[in-house]
Design a binder for this molecule. Structure first.
Ligand code: ADP
Ligand code: MG
Length: 536
C-alpha cells in the first residue's frame, strides 16, 4: 500500500496510541468489572438483565451478565471472552477472572505512570503467575472424603440458588459425576451424557436425576404396553418408510391395479423387516425419523413397542445406555447391534406424556428440571451445569484450596516476599500482581457489608500468626469471621483457581501489548457503564 492509499484507508478510523490507548482499555475493564463486582460470593446480589424485546433474566452469574450485555468496546470483548473461556474450561470462577484482570490492568497503569515500560510489567506478571501456580499447588490438599467433595460443590453454588435446591443440585451433581468417573471421554462428557430436561411443573426442589433417558414422547401405538422390563432394543438411524414408492405413486396412475401393486410391495417389504426383528427377538424399536402407517399393525402384532422421531442427542444417549448400535438399514441389523433395556415406562406429567428408558450402563442420565416458569428453570439449569461441571472435573483433579479469599491473601503475602528475590524492575510488577490478588477478599468483604481494608489486614495477620495452617484461614462471609476454610467447609477446586489466575494474567498481558487502537468510526462505542467512570 502506498502512503496515500494508507492515509485514505485510515480516513474512516479514529486512532488512539500509546498510553492513551492503555488508559482507554483499562477504563473499559474497570467498567466491566464494575458490572459484575456485586455478584461475587455467597452474599452477592442478583442482576436483572432486560433484553431488547423486554424479556427479563435475573441472575447472579458473572459470565451470564457479561455474555448478555451489549458491549462493543474491543478490550471489553477480549475480557468477556477470557471469562467465557473460564466458564467453558473450569465451569466456575468467571467473576473472579474478570475482577483479577481488571485489577491487574489498573495496577499496571500505575506502573506505566511511574515510567515502567509495559514489557517489563508483562515479564513481571508472567514470573508472578508461574510462582503463584507453584504455590497454589503446594498449599492445596487432596479432597479425600465425600464431605470435602460436598463442600467444594456447594461452595460453587453459594449465593446462586436457594439452600434447599442447592443441596439437591449438589448431591445430584456428585452422583452423576461418580457414575461418569469410569467412562471414557473428555471434559464435555458431562454435557453429552447427561440430558437436561425441563418440565413445566412442580417446584425447583423436585428436580432430580434419573438413571436413563427421559423424553417428552409417547409410543407409536397405544395398544402396545406402556410399561415393560428387560427387553431387547434396536435403533434405526433413519426411517421406516418407503419414500420411493411414494414418489412413483404420484406419477399419474390410470389403472387402479398398478396402485394396489405398489401398496402390496410396500406392505411386503415392511412385513419382511418386522419378521427380521421378530427373528432377533426385538421388543423395542427406536426410529430416528418417520415410520409409515403401514408398519403400525405388523409391529403391534409382533409385540414390538415403537418410538419414532427422536432427536439425535437422545438417540446417541439411548445407544450408550442400552448398548444398541444405531444402523441405517433395518434389514442389516444383526445380533451385534441389539441392546438391552432394563425398564421402560410412560408417565403423564402436567398433561404431557413422558417416556423413560433405562439400561445396564449407568453412564447416561437425565436431569429433570422442575419449575413453573422458564426463568426459574433456566436458573436451576445454570446452577446444575456449574455444580456438575465442578463435580465432574473434581473426579479427575481432586485438589482443593481454601475459599473465602484465603488463597489470595496467602499468595499476596507469599509474592511480596518472593518479589525481593528479583533484582530488576520486575520486582515492582510482582508487587503490583500481589496487590491485585487482594481484590477477591476485598470484594467478598464488601458484598457482605464488612470493611474491606479491615478484613484484609485482619486476615493477613491471622494467617501470619498461624505458622502451620495460616494459609487456610479465610473469611466466612456468612458470619464475618476469619476461620479455617476447611472447618467452615468453604473450598474452591484447585483447577478453578489455576484457570482463573492464568486466564486473568493472559488477558491483562494481551491488553498491555496493545499500544495502538484503530476504531472504525461507525463502531466507535464504549460500554454503557463508561459514563460512570471518572475521566482520567
Ligand atoms: P465466580 O464466578 O468467580 O465463581 P462466585 O460468585 O461464585 O464467583 O464467588 C466465588 C467466590 O466466593 C470464591 O472465591 C469462593 O471462595 C467464595 N465463597 C463462596 N462461599 C463463601 C463463603 N461462605 N464465605 C466466603 N467466601 C465464599
Ligand atoms: Mg462460582
Amino acid at each position: 500500500m502506498s502512503e496515500t492509499e494508507h492515509d485514505i484507508a485510515l480516513e474512516d478510523t479514529d486512532r488512539i496510541q500509546g498510553r492513551a490507548a492503555l488508559v482507554n482499555n483499562v477504563k473499559a475493564s474497570i467498567a466491566l468489572a464494575g458490572a459484575v463486582r456485586s455478584t461475587l460470593g455467597p452474599r452477592g446480589l442478583d442482576k436483572m438483565l432486560v433484553e431488547d424485546d423486554g424479556s427479563v433474566l435475573v441472575t447472579n452469574d458473572g459470565v451470564t451478565v457479561l455474555e448478555t450485555a451489549k458491549v462493543d468496546h474491543p478490550t471489553a470483548r477480549l475480557l468477556i471472552s477470557a471469562s467465557s473461556l473460564q466458564d467453558r474450561s473450569a465451569r466456575d470462577g468467571t467473576t473472579t477472572t474478570i475482577l483479577l484482570t481488571s485489577e491487574l490492568l489498573q495496577n499496571s497503569l500505575e506502573l506505566v505512570r511511574m515510567g515502567i515500560h509495559p514489557s517489563v510489567i508483562l515479564n513481571g506478571y508472567n514470573i508472578a503467575l508461574e510462582e503463584s501456580l507453584k504455590e497454589l499447588k503446594r498449599i492445596s490438599k487432596k479432597s479425600n472424603s465425600s464431605e470435602m467433595e460436598l463442600a467444594i460443590v456447594s461452595t460453587s453454588l453459594a449465593g446462586k440458588i436457594e439452600k434447599g435446591t442447592s443441596e439437591i443440585l449438589t448431591s445430584c451433581a456428585l452422583e452423576a459425576a461418580e457414575l461418569l468417573a469410569n467412562e471414557e471421554g473428555g471434559d464435555d462428557l458431562e454435557r453429552l451424557r447427561i440430558k437436561r430436561l425441563q418440565i413445566d411443573n412442580g417446584k425447583m426442589k423436585d428436580s432430580r436425576l434419573v438413571h436413563g433417558l427421559v423424553l417428552a414422547k409417547t409410543r407409536l401405538d397405544k395398544s402396545t404396553p406402556s410399561f415393560s422390563k428387560d427387553g431387547k432394543i434396536v435403533i434405526i438411524d433413519g426411517e421406516l418408510e418407503n419414500k420411493k414408492i411414494g414418489l412413483e405413486a404420484s406419477i399419474e396412475i390410470s389403472d387402479i391395479g398398478i396402485l394396489e401393486g405398489f401398496h402390496d410391495r410396500d406392505a411386503k417389504k415392511i412385513q419382511q423387516i418386522v419378521n427380521h426383528f421378530s427373528s432377533l427377538g426385538v421388543n423395542m424399536l427406536i426410529v430416528r425419523d418417520g415410520v409409515t402407517d403401514a408398519a403400525i399393525t405388523p409391529l403391534k402384532n409382533a409385540g414390538i413397542i415403537t418410538y419414532r422421531r427422536m432427536e439425535r442427542d437422545d438417540m446417541e444417549l439411548l445407544s450408550k445406555i442400552t448398548g444398541s448400535i444405531p444402523i441405517r438399514n433395518p434389514l442389516n441389523i444383526g445380533k451385534e447391534h441389539i441392546g438391552k433395556y432394563t425398564n421402560h415406562s410412560e408417565k403423564l406429567i402436567a398433561g404431557v406424556k413422558y417416556t423413560s428408558i433405562e439400561g445396564k450402563n449407568k453412564g447416561g442420565m437425565t436431569f429433570i428440571i422442575n419449575g413453573t416458569t422458564p426463568e426459574v428453570r433456566s436458573e436451576v439449569r445454570r446452577a446444575f451445569d456449574d455444580a456438575l461441571g465442578v463435580a465432574h472435573r473434581l473426579k479427575r483433579d481432586a485438589f482443593t484450596l481454601p475459599g473465602g479469599g484465603a488463597s489470595h491473601i496467602h499468595l499476596a503475602r507469599h509474592l511480596r516476599m518472593f518479589a525481593t528475590s528479583q533484582s530488576g524492575r520486575e520486582q515492582l510488577a510482582i508487587e503490583a500482581y500481589a496487590a491485585a490478588l487482594e481484590i477477591i477478599p476485598r470484594v467478598l468483604a464488601e458484598n457482605s457489608g464488612l470493611d474491606p481494608i479491615d478484613t484484609i489486614l485482619s486476615l493477613s495477620a491471622a494467617q501470619n500468626n498461624d505458622l502451620e495452617n495460616g494459609s487456610w484461614i479465610g473469611l466466612d462471609a456468612r458470619t464475618g469471621q476469619n476461620i479455617s476454610m476447611e472447618v467452615a467447609g468453604i473450598l474452591d477446586p484447585l483447577f478453578v483457581a489455576k484457570h482463573a489466575l492464568s486466564g486473568a494474567t493472559e488477558a491483562a498481558i494481551s491488553v498491555l501489548r496493545i499500544d495502538d487502537v484503530l476504531w472504525a468510526k461507525q463502531d466507535a462505542q464504549t460500554p454503557d457503564w463508561q459514563n460512570e467512570i471518572e475521566e482520567d
